[in-house]
Design a protein around this ligand. Sequence first.
Ligand SMILES: Cc1ncc(COP(=O)(O)O)c(C=O)c1O
Length: 394
Amino acid sequence: MSEIDIEKIRADTPGVGHVNHLLACGSSLMPQQVIDALADHHRLEGQIGGYEAHAARLDSLEGVYDSVARLINASPTEIALVENATVGWAHAFYALEFEPGDRILTCEAEYAANYVAYLQREKRDGIVIDVIPSDEAGAIDLDALRSMTAKSDRVKLISITWIPTNGGLVNPAAEVGAIAKEHGITYLLDACQAAGQTPIDVEALQCDFLSATGRKFLRGPRGTGFLYVRQSHLDAGIEPAIIDHYGADWVATDRYQLRDDARRFETWENSYALRAGLGVAVDYALDVGIEAIQDRAWGLAASLREKISQISGATLFDLGHQKCAIVTFTIEGQDPYELAATLREQKINIGASDPESTLLDSTARKLSPLNRAAPHYFNTEEEIDQLVSSLAAL
Ligand SMILES: Cc1ncc(COP(=O)(O)O)c(C=O)c1O
């Protein structure tokens, strides 16, 4: 598929017959092919046994690493498959060694899960957290980042969120990567919301680590995610914070040997049904074409923003030089959680997000809870209009 074949895509998506799902930033609707892959694997486990099903499907399960690698222009040996984006991210972050006084740079839109981990290592290891200011559009200020990296040789990590959980923002991840590279600073990129809505190329991004989830814009099953680890870190012997006998061989009674590949960040037991589903979801997205997906999803979001801006009492909160498929807003007099619940009764799925999920940004902008809606490429302009008329009728 080079152009989006919307009829086929909707025919592949049973959920569209039940709901107007505008929440890809939460958890998206899976294509039937993904649902089938999950069910097939579970069925096989029920028929012949869990270990036996794994052995029977080994080739296609190995292929999931190839699919994820293709998605982000990496090598399959640089991929670890994990339960969610946070697990992947934390594996990378907690593998990094810091001395007291080492500085890490992050962004104003940083996600809560990551920030609490910084705070823990501030408390435990004495690291210093510096927040890169945002520019006038709300994106990472690259000049400020340049001067922060030039000012101190204690900056050991740049760790940012590419596309935040709300706010429409797309941070300049590749430009940040170029600055990190220039100064030899390790670069950890949270691509949780980026995967499946925008092309990812770890070579262009120049990141050392990248984490993402399966269930959002990739349309995979819940409970899936992955971590990319650059080969040079594997070769240098990066030690995961936790290992088991899958991540490392117990080669002598007093010695273990880490695996050569990124699977040293995995553990022995996994849901192979979920992995099979993730692989099919990634292949499906690649088949549709990530650029085409971005064009359509961002186009629908732009249209939604425009239409929401016409509703009296509506306020939009999106930031950035370019805006992604996540639209955040409030409707005057409407509690965002109640509004989402009301719409759910009308079979329209949108979400609400707490200030705590991006506390730096929400404190700076004095944000209360917001509604978020995220159209994906399987949505239609009619579904956008249905949401807008429901909002207008409130
Ligand atoms: C920007 C960002 N990073 C990380 C996460 C965490 O992802 P997961 O729930 O898959 O661990 C989220 C989840 O919403 C997110 O929006």
